[in-house]
Unconditional design. Structure first.
Length: 405
């Protein structure tokens, strides 16, 4: 039997309490709304590109602002979450995210200011990065109390929110809705929904031994020296690059490479997110039955085949099928990596933060790298970097096995 199939924590009781079930539902809503917010921006990237007359290279640099915001937030996101509690941390980070959406939308279509869009994207990235750590910590805590794998389903909720965001974005593009109006309305809905959902989060339990700020920093530095944590971070980095590249460039690549319309490009991005959703929904059953190692191996191979097919097919319909495989294959690496980092609750805050920082480096490096390649060989062919990077990642999968108890 694969050691990764061994449960990392037994059920706390014979059945989950109403409090845990309510927390499960609240976490799922937060993930879905966060995915809706992020996809709302990505679905309108082609319109922003055209409105500001950006080359692939300049667009890549603009998208870098969002990644930079996430990287700035994440080194201390775990400590902030530990101090504030997951509910307050998620609420605060979502407020920052929604302000960023509004600023980016108004700057893109009303003011037509490139620095304004960059500022909005930095806020989106900062809010998303902080929220990502906090909601994954809460999700892992709920998973432990349920006694079964559920974190990928929370990420499926994120993907489902992404499908909705991509669908709404495609409709808004087709109907000619301004970017400012679209992003502002969605930002308000996301903020209100999140504030209601976090009320169901698990109560913050007092520490058995109160720790000082110096103790928390010491734990964070110690986590950066743990080989298993670093290897999980590298695994998450590679899969995050595969996911983030599709988020940033898939719509643009199919518009430029296959002659799709803006609405059709947004729909292709929606299909990718739909594949992610299916993979994360069904993946929990597979993970509980076969364990992390074989399931991650199969899914990453699917991502390699799918991404290569999407780029090299030469035919729009076949390429779209490749996008679906790409989404299925990239679906589990990020949530399983976060779950693996949080295997031991005592160290979950710092380890999830470390893994998130390493993983989000992909979002920092991805936009400019693919943008520069896109200037030279075209946006579509630049996406070949994805399968090339994923092939050696297969060797990192054993690091996700639960530690010996």
């Amino acid at each position: 039997m694969d050691p990764s199939a061994i449960p990392t924590a037994p059920p706390i009781s014979s059945g989950p309490s109403r409090t845990v079930l309510a927390a499960r539902n609240g976490v799922a809503v937060v993930f879905a709304l966060n995915g809706l917010a992020v996809a709302t921006w990505f679905a309108r990237v082609p319109a922003v590109r055209d409105g500001l007359d950006l080359t692939p290279g300049r667009l890549g640099l603009l998208l870098l602002a969002m990644s930079a915001g996430s990287i700035v937030a994440m080194p201390t996101a775990g400590l902030v979450t530990q101090r504030l509690g997951t509910a307050r941390a998620v609420a605060l980070s979502t407020l920052i995210l929604t302000i960023g959406l509004t600023v980016a939308g108004v700057s893109a279509s009303v003011v037509e200011s490139l620095p304004g869009v960059a500022l909005g994207l930095f806020a989106i990235g900062y809010g998303t990065g902080s929220c990502d750590v906090a909601m994954n910590i809460e999700g892992a805590a709920v998973e432990r109390r349920l006694g079964r794998t559920v974190l990928p389903r929370f990420h499926a909720a994120w993907s489902l929110g992404g499908v909705a965001g991509a669908g709404i974005g495609a409709g808004a593009a087709r109907l000619g809705v301004s970017i400012a109006l679209h992003l502002t309305v969605l930002a308000a809905l996301v903020l209100v929904g999140t504030l209601l959902a976090v009320r169901a989060f698990l109560a913050v339990e007092p520490e058995a031994e109160p720790t000082t700020a110096a103790d928390r920093r010491r734990r964070l530095f110690a986590a950066w020296r743990e080989p298993r944590t670093l290897l999980i971070g590298l695994l998450v980095l590679a899969v995050a690059f595969a996911e983030g590249s599709a988020n940033d460039w898939l719509a643009v690549a199919f518009i430029d490479g296959y002659g799709f319309s803006e609405a059709a490009g947004a729909a292709v991005f929606g299909l990718f997110v739909a594949g992610m959703t299916v993979g994360r929904t069904l993946g929990t059953v597979a993970l509980d039955r076969w364990g992390r190692t074989p399931v991650l191996t199969v899914t990453i191979v699917l991502a390699i085949v799918g991404a290569a097919t999407a780029v090299l097919a030469g035919s729009g319909p076949i390429a779209v099928f490749g996008v679906l495989l790409w989404g299925l294959g990239a679906s589990l690496g990020f949530p399983v990596g976060m779950s693996a980092a949080a295997d031991e609750e005592e160290h979950a805050h710092v380890r999830v933060s470390v893994v998130a920082v390493i993983g989000y480096t992909a979002f920092l490096a991805g936009p400019p790298l693919l943008g520069m390649l896109g200037d030279q060989i075209g946006t579509l062919h630049a996406l070949l970097v994805v399968p090339i990077l994923l092939i050696p990642t297969l060797a990192l999968i054993p690091a996700a096995r639960p530690p010996a108890r």
